[in-house]
Design a protein around this ligand. Structure first.
Ligand code: TRP
Ligand code: SF4
Length: 349
């Protein structure tokens, strides 16, 4: 590229406003290492490049847990702490709570009018959620993908960092955005695209999916000692009963993949070699791994401890984030009401 063109393209980039990233998480309580490696690290890496909106999806939590709301407020706070601990930067990104933005609910209602039921009924992710229900399917749960679409479109999100399981919801989001733009002859809505996380899923210590209910998770809020106490119980190659039985890293379903995720290349190779040669026992192997995991989590735990000392500051971060995202959502809704030719109430902002 000639220097003229290089300069022109930099200028272009400067003129274009950064794309909007929007994502959310249901407040299920404390987050674990799987959330961090699979989702939060990705969020953090997007911050320098994009205008990021990260939302606590407390209404979404109600779609399945409406009968147990006692922990909801505490979970919102704990999850926000874990985001901040992970490096989500409130000076750069906007952190907010869904239920503080009533415009999202209004958008949910309006979008529900233009969404054919069959789009929702055939959403495979929603089908999975319905299959796991112990109660009857509620109208609220059926609206899950429309609510999620409203989250994204209220702030005109272009890119949505999510796991594979959310891709089906996002297809509906694009269909709804397209249909709305077409029906009301506008180009207001972007077509939100998923940004998939590349990292492989981190298993729980027992080899099942990492999850709070399985009691197999390392939490970001755990102490170093708690981490070690958990890690030492992790499953290994089941054929290694005595220390001098040679092992096979490929059959070590948890500890070895953790090495691949957290350890240096040299340490990974050495673990594999000494495992095969029965030159190290599993407990020693886990001790070395523990150092790497602790190292990775150290800055997170320091930040978490700092923020946890000052709850008022965390509340302030959310309050300011809610104000900012609400102003954006109000502006979007104003344009939507106009595009739909709704009654222009002077009382509505
Ligand atoms: N459904 C998402 C999940 O369970 C959470 C979510 C709610 C979300 N609103 C969103 C994700 C908007 C992306 C964009 O993980
Ligand atoms: Fe797994 Fe390490 Fe034990 Fe080998 S030595 S089975 S890699 S824990």
């Amino acid at each position: 590229m000639t220097s003229d063109r290089a300069e022109a393209s930099t200028k272009n980039q400067q003129q274009r406003p950064p794309k909007t990233v929007m994502s959310g998480m249901r407040p299920t309580g404390r987050l674990h290492l799987g959330h961090y490696m699979g989702v939060l690290k990705n969020w953090v890496s997007l911050q320098p490049q994009y205008d990021c909106y990260f939302m606590v999806a407390d209404w979404h939590a109600l779609t399945t847990k409406y009968d147990d709301t006692a922990y909801l407020q505490e979970n919102v706070y704990e999850m926000t702490l874990d985001w901040l601990a992970s490096g989500v930067d409130p000076n750069v990104s906007t952190l907010y709570v869904q239920s503080a933005i009533p415009e999202i609910a209004e958008l949910h209602l309006l979008l529900s009018m233009v969404t054919p039921n069959k789009w929702v009924e055939t959403d495979p992710t929603l089908k999975d959620m319905v299959a796991m229900l112990h109660e009857d399917l509620t109208y609220g749960l059926l609206g899950y993908p429309i609510l999620q679409t409203s989250d994204i479109l209220a702030v005109l999100g272009d890119l949505v960092p999510v796991g594979k399981d959310q891709v089906a919801h996002l297809e509906i989001s694009r269909d709804i955005a397209r249909r709305f733009n077409h029906l009301f002859e506008t180009d207001l809505f972007p077509q939100p695209k998923p940004l998939l996380t590349e990292t492989p899923m981190l298993l729980g210590l027992d080899g099942r999916k990492m999850g709070k209910s399985y009691n197999n998770a390392i939490f970001l809020a755990d102490t170093e000692d708690e981490t070690w106490q958990k890690l030492r119980t992790a499953i290994t190659d089941p054929a290694r009963i005595k220390k001098d039985d040679p092992g096979d890293p490929a059959k070590c379903e948890v500890v070895y993949p953790y090495y691949q995720t957290f350890a240096s290349n040299g340490a990974i190779e050495l673990a594999a070699k000494e495992c095969r040669e029965a030159a190290r026992g599993c407990v020693d192997c886990k001790k070395i791994l523990n150092e790497f995991v602790i190292e990775e989590l150290k800055p997170l735990r320091e930040r978490r401890t700092e923020y946890a000392k000052d709850r008022a500051q965390v509340e302030k971060i959310l309050r300011e984030g809610c104000e900012k995202s609400r102003a954006v959502a109000q502006n979007t809704l104003k344009q939507i009401r106009a595009a739909m030719r709704l009654y222009q109430s002077p009382a509505l902002v």
